[in-house]
Design a binder for this molecule. Structure first.
Ligand code: FAD
Length: 407
């Protein structure tokens, strides 16, 4: 049994591990080091309600600030772990403090990929990951202002919807032929492109960033230039071009990293005293038979829980079917499972009603479902996908038949 557990990183996975450890009776020393200056908070509202100005800052906290003292957790907020000494089992912080551990959890999350184009350092060019980023963007969102978003993934589109509702002129530039191409099918992409157009968001696909043009007087961005010769005037630019795992600590400590900190099915690295969870972890999924690095609250929550159970002496495998959500305008997209490699897509309902699902099958087995405002379908999919259900295609395509009755 471990006496001293240290957690590097203060986000969703870290809080979940702390919470589970204490709820399950861990009585040893528990230390949390997070490099942001406040207690862990939820990131999803940063592109949604918080950016819209309709959610108070305090409501972002995953647990009230007092939670950590009440649960005897020593916190170092605003401090970075800079080094892991594996042989001695201790970490060093950026203020020189050395913390010994019996077990270490890496829950360091991920960071936005940076633009490489000329002009990237201009004023008015932002990324969105942290509360500080969201506050900066919020302060520069002004009705009538021109916002250009680079990247038509979840975050880019959520910001587009929010900024449009705040009265900005919004253009989204996406280098792929369609939006959200990494996570969903052409049918769902087309639906979202039409919805954004209906709300007045201009989406331009097949547009690759060439440069950001500045105003020499103010030092701020004034236009976005694309490879095709396009020029998009901008008062504000937000880049949402993906994230990279924050795995530099693990790399420096010679732990295997391959698109994140490599772990086994128990969320443990090759060093038996070090675990990894959340956005930073590349986890061996038995369900999918390969390593996966996922970026979602659900994944951070479940892996944080698994690590805690294993630190308490369990042998828990993290093997849940993942799910994701995205809110854009009044549409709730919930994706259950991973659709990559599907051979058949079945539409349930009609996009014209703004409430429909797309079911993805591989070799006759339901592997994923995209639910757009269809709560019953997504609830049923959560049960059917883990048991490798093989639905009847005609019944599946008939929205009058409950999804759970399609098998
Ligand atoms: C704008 C936005 C919207 C999102 N919307 C959704 C959504 O709708 N649905 C969804 O499922 N997911 C969403 N996500 C993704 C989700 O927030 C992440 O998957 C989740 O936060 C991952 O949790 P984590 O604990 O792994 O990492 P994080 O939440 O990133 O926390 C890691 C923390 O560790 C800190 N850290 C890093 N290195 C060190 C170090 N060396 N020492 C100390 N601290 C360190 C980081 O600064 C950070 O504070 C969104 C993310 C963003 C940015």
């Amino acid at each position: 049994m471990y006496e001293r557990i240290v957690i590097a990183g203060g986000g969703q996975a870290a809080v979940q591990a702390v919470d589970t450890l204490r709820r399950r009776g861990f009585a040893g020393a528990l230390t949390l080091v997070g490099d942001e200056p406040w207690p862990p908070y939820q990131r999803p509202p940063l592109s949604k309600k918080y950016l819209a100005g309709s959610l108070e800052r305090e409501r972002l906290l995953i647990r009230p600030a007092a939670f950590f003292a009440e649960h005897a957790v020593t916190t170092h907020f605003g401090r970075r772990v800079t080094e892991i000494a594996r042989r001695e089992r201790r970490v060093r912080l950026d203020d020189g403090l050395v913390l010994p551990y019996d077990a270490l959890l890496l829950a360091t999350g991920s960071r936005p990929r940076q633009l490489l184009a000329p002009g990237r350092e201009l004023g008015g060019v932002h990324y969105l990951r942290t509360l500080v980023d969201a506050d900066r963007i919020r302060a520069e969102c002004a009705a009538g202002g021109r916002l250009v978003i680079i990247g038509g993934g979840y975050i880019g589109l959520e910001v587009a919807a929010t900024a449009r509702e705040r009265g900005m002129e919004v253009t989204v530039l996406e280098m792929a032929p369609r939006v959200m191409s990494r996570v969903t099918s052409p049918e769902v992409s087309a639906f979202y492109e039409a919805e954004h157009a209906r709300h007045g968001v201009r989406i331009r696909c097949n547009e690759t960033l060439r440069a950001l043009q500045g105003d020499a007087r103010t030092g701020r961005v004034r236009a976005v230039l694309t490879e095709s010769g396009g020029e998009y005037p901008a008062d504000l630019v937000i880049a949402g071009v993906g994230v990279a795992p924050a795995d530099e600590l693990a790399r420096a400590a010679a732990l295997e990293c391959e698109n994140g900190v490599v772990t086994d099915a128990y969320c443990r690295t090759a060093d038996e005293a070090i675990y990894a969870a959340g956005d930073c972890a590349s986890h061996l999924s038995r369900q999918y038979g390969r390593h996966l690095r996922l970026e979602s609250v659900d994944n951070a929550f479940e892996q944080g829980t698994t690590v805690a159970l294993n630190l308490l002496g369990g042998e828990t495998v993290h093997d849940k079917v993942p799910w994701f959500w995205s809110d854009q305008f009044d549409l709730k997209l919930i994706i259950i499972g991973l659709s990559s490699g599907y051979d058949t897509a079945v539409l349930r309902g009609s996009p014209a009603t703004r409430s429909f699902s797309v079911c993805y099958l591989r070799g006759g087995e339901l592997v994923a479902l995209d639910s757009i405002n269809t709560p019953k379908d997504q609830m049923a999919a959560r049960k059917l996908i883990p048991v490798h259900a093989r639905p009847n295609l005609d019944r599946l395509a008939d929205p009058a038949v409950a999804l759970r009755d399609s098998v």
